[in-house]
Design a protein around this ligand. Sequence first.
Ligand SMILES: [Fe+2]
Ligand SMILES: [Fe+2]
Ligand SMILES: [Fe+2]
Length: 421
Amino acid sequence: MPYSDQSFSNLYDLVVCMTRAVDLISPQVSNHHQQVAYLAYSIADAIRLPMEQKRTLVLAALLHDIGAIALHDRLDFIEDETSTVNDHAFIGARLFSGFPILKDVAAVIRFHHVSWDGGKGRFYKGEEVPLLSHILHLSDRIAVQVNRDENIISQMRPITENIKSRRNTSFVPEAVDAFLRICDKEALWLDFIYQPMVSDVPNDLSLEAIKLTLDEVVDLTQIFSRIIDFRSPFTAMHSAGVAAAALKLAELSGLSEDECKMMSIAGNLHDIGKLAIPREILEKQDKLEPLEYDIIRSHSFYTYRLLKPISGFETITQWASYHHEKLNGRGYPFHLKANRLSLGSRIMAVADIFTAITEDRPYRRGMPKEQAVAVLGRMVENGGISPAIFSLLVEHYASVSKIRRASAEKAISQYGKILSL
Ligand SMILES: [Fe+2]
Ligand SMILES: [Fe+2]
Ligand SMILES: [Fe+2]
């Protein structure tokens, strides 16, 4: 069934996937994005903002600190807002501003650390700061004050007093007043701790109704692939390379146009589970210790868990998360055998290995053709990867290589642009 002109998936499922992935980086601050989204929604609802604006605000809240991943990996959300606090906000905005459906969301993310400052915060260096950014700022600053180790109800009063004392200095009065109208309800705070997903509380957003076409999912997941890759300069183009190589192999294998787009999506997301792996391990240049290797082996499992709940992603989930499975059953983490590994999964496995061994890393050059073909050939002999896909790759080696390299170079140049502060 061709999907091209109709909806393939929905925006909310994809955004939630990304926030869950980010939660894996720093479990000690997990749910931060969901908690802020929940508070922002509650405040915006108390102001009686129109539904469209509430939607934009909630989506911005769900993605607001993602720029921090490319910067330094730590999402510790300390209470102090230092002079460089805007950096991650600008990077986040730059990442998403290229996707038309998230243009307004990017604008809100961009200024989520601008203080109200008695009204001066209406503008930042001559640009208008959206009211939604100020509501997001307030919600974020409420969230970071909550101590997760203490009873939430005992914290209601001191946090509220702090916010009240910063009305009109740090925070826009309108949003503080709205917060003060709802802050007496214990349920607000208990929900914040217990069940912060906006979709779990009564709301008028129908976020699932924002449908995406297959082409839009390709574009959005390319942005996600940048977030996954930019976490470490060591692999700043890996997903981009895998997606391009897998797409080319899919075309050569005769997959349909829609299936080829799905292959790009699977390539973009195949390593999303790597967000769960500490950066020191990803960047280690020496041989990994057994324990470190054990940690690495969980990443494609997380890819599976993160992608599975997304509507329309049944096939993509398999192609993306079986990329370390082997036809002889000796892969990981499911130990599937040939009868469970579809053509798409076989393509992805070859594209991933091919890209990993041929791409340059800061500490080593990629393998030249002969060496790469020898390595892959041994894997075919061992019954690990598909002989048919291997033959296709060897036959079209130059064109697959060229496409892989071009895609990697594009990612590297974007890496420079998006991170330039
Ligand atoms: Fe932030
Ligand atoms: Fe935050
Ligand atoms: Fe992988």
